[in-house]
Design a protein around this ligand. Structure first.
Ligand code: AMP
Ligand code: ZN
Ligand code: FE
Ligand code: FE
Length: 287
């Protein structure tokens, strides 16, 4: 059984529509795929409607958090999307992405880059707007050759010349909110050092004590030593270990199912969750 628990669609900064994503997931031979757009559940309905036979959808989101001045991403699975407190926090974070993107555009304009909000809004469509959309605009303008090249000190990296912070949730609060909404939490790419400073192991231990369920270990941004370290930490703290692609369509180089999660860990995630249930594709057995 092949299980990929971290994928983005056009509901945030991926390039596949939710319907395309589930079709591509089935074509890639996956049995289970999670849709985890940044700070939004907007793509879920379309993904459910298009779900191919034999593929099971795990609904989720990747929540933008910050602790000790460090940005971190919290994967949240199978929470009740209507639960008001978590819904309000998601909306707060997602809505703040718009003035924040406009702030980054203003900084780019000051740096002589003629990017406009209209251009970025066209690229983002109705997805929750993020730096990858601005990066795509910079590629269109010929400022950088690829999206990845925009994530440098010169441009959009954390603390970079055109970077602006957005509202991000305290992860202890986020873990509490997701649990109250019946969901399960996994710290996404905790050792992705190329994105900037990472959260300390002491903080991860405190998050585990506060109810964090797991850590994403097998991820393209983790080298082998980082994975070994995280596996050891997860063992000490009793955290679940996941692996996933963090697929973004053509906006990133990773492919669906590049890393996967052990079926036993997936089973444990589904046992812990009570806010929503995995959705089996029409006619599929469901898992
Ligand atoms: P935002 O949520 O708007 O701050 O943008 C963060 C997103 O940008 C992440 O979820 C990644 O998809 C992407 N990102 C961050 N760092 C990099 C990088 N070094 N190269 C490519 N994409 C990145
Ligand atoms: Zn993303
Ligand atoms: Fe992330
Ligand atoms: Fe992601």
């Amino acid at each position: 059984m092949r299980i990929d628990l971290h994928c983005h669609s056009t509901a945030s900064d991926g390039t596949d529509t939710p319907a395309e994503l589930v079709r591509n997931a089935a074509a890639a031979g996956l049995d289970v795929v999670a849709l985890t757009d940044h700070d939004t559940t907007r793509g879920h309905a379309e993904a459910v409607a298009a779900l191919p036979e034999g593929l099971t959808l795990v609904t989720g989101a990747e929540l933008s958090c910050r602790v000790d001045g460090v940005s971190m991403h919290l994967l949240a699975y199978l929470f009740d999307p209507e639960e008001p407190a978590l819904l309000a926090e998601r909306e707060l974070v997602r809505d703040d992405r718009v003035p924040r993107a406009k702030g980054m555009i203003a900084k780019l304009n000051e740096l002589g880059v003629p990017v406009t909000w209209e251009q970025v809004a066209r690229i983002a469509g109705d997805g929750s707007v993020g730096r990858p959309h601005i990066a795509s605009a910079l590629v269109e303008l010929g400022v950088v050759p690829t999206v990845g090249d925009a994530f440098t000190e010169e441009w959009l990296a954390d603390g970079g010349r055109a970077f602006v912070e957005k509202h991000e949730t305290d992860p202890f609060e986020a873990v509490r909110l997701v649990k109250a909404a019946g969901g399960v939490t996994v710290f996404a790419h905790p050792a992705a050092a190329k994105r900037g400073r990472t959260v300390s192991e002491a903080r991860i231990a405190e998050l585990a004590a506060a109810g964090l369920d797991g850590v994403e270990v097998d991820h393209m941004d983790h080298d082998e030593p980082a994975r070994a370290r995280l596996r050891g930490l997860a063992g000490e703290l009793g955290l679940l270990v996941t692996g996933s692609s963090d697929y973004h369509g053509s906006r990133k180089t990773c492919v669906l199912g590049e890393y996967t999660t052990d079926p036993e860990v997936y089973g444990e995630i589904t046992r812990r969750a009570f806010g929503a249930f995995p959705v089996p594709g029409a006619g599929g057995a469901g898992v």
